[in-house]
Design a protein around this ligand. Sequence first.
Ligand code: UDP
Ligand code: MG
Length: 324
Amino acid sequence: MNEKTLLGIIVPCYNEEAVLPETFKVLTHVLENLVDEQKIDQRSFILFVDDGSADTTWLLIEQKAEKTARIKGLKLSRNFGHQNALIAGMETISRSTDCIITIDADLQDDANVIPEFIDRFYEGCDVVYGVRRSRDEDTIFKKQSAMAFYRLMGKLGVQLVPNHADFRLLSQRAVLELMKYREENLFLRGIIPMLGYPSAKVYYDRQKRYAGESKYPLKKMLAFAADGITSFSIVPIKVVMSIGFLLVLIGAGIAVYALIVWLLDHTISGWTSLILSIWLVGGMQLIAIGVIGEYIGKIFNETKKRPRYTIETATYKTRQEKDS
Ligand code: UDP
Ligand code: MG
């Protein structure tokens, strides 16, 4: 290969001041080695995307970017969420790089397997998934809930790569293809297998968060899962409909029973059954309306076609600025 690959590593950061100095060190080290071994172009760089942090994250990035050309920064105007921060980074550098790698700022993903990613890329893979070998460092609850989520998504017909988060390599054409998916809530883990390009998995051990706290508390995790499900599948609506039919059938059964009892001239002790059915059926109806509302909400959001992120500033000129 004559032309060396220009690699851009994208790191989303939300209030990560505690880990950033270490992240700079670890990632720069990995990148320098790759450049020294002449595996990648020497203009390769790391792009830190500040997702509207409230701490000194951006200050740290700016200072570092001033000192070294290896490190660049992109600042979003507010918190747009992990997925949108990744998309912002990818969209910004996709045309100026041959491949990109996304990795979390907290060093939970093992940056030392990045050279393996590059090897797979040279072997012709457009997508390389980083897959966790063990989840020893996660809580039992997080492990169990993640397993349940993969199972559920599989049943709903969405192919996710188990134990793969957002640590992956994408070739330029994979990124460009990905950007054609315009939905506002882009669930990267679900969409990327749908691209269908040649892919490989690289296994690594997931570490404890180096410093700082998880930005995915339970509430956000559940929202993320619900979003993943309703973005890809209308099975929940169908389930609700089936339950509705079942209830109507039970209702018909009760009606027949009541008729027979009445014909036999027994009094029906009415109150209990009546009040129970009112509550049960009322509850089911509310659930059904809720599920349908979820989908209508999605449609509502998508029809607005709002931008997925807004860039406030960058430590270098962004593509949009250059074009204009
Ligand atoms: N993150 C982000 N925006 C957010 C939340 C998180 O850019 O709104 C970043 C965060 O800085 C980290 C990555 O996304 O680099 C993953 O977040 P975290 O480590 O908190 O998630 P966990 O590993 O606990 O699932
Ligand atoms: Mg993390």
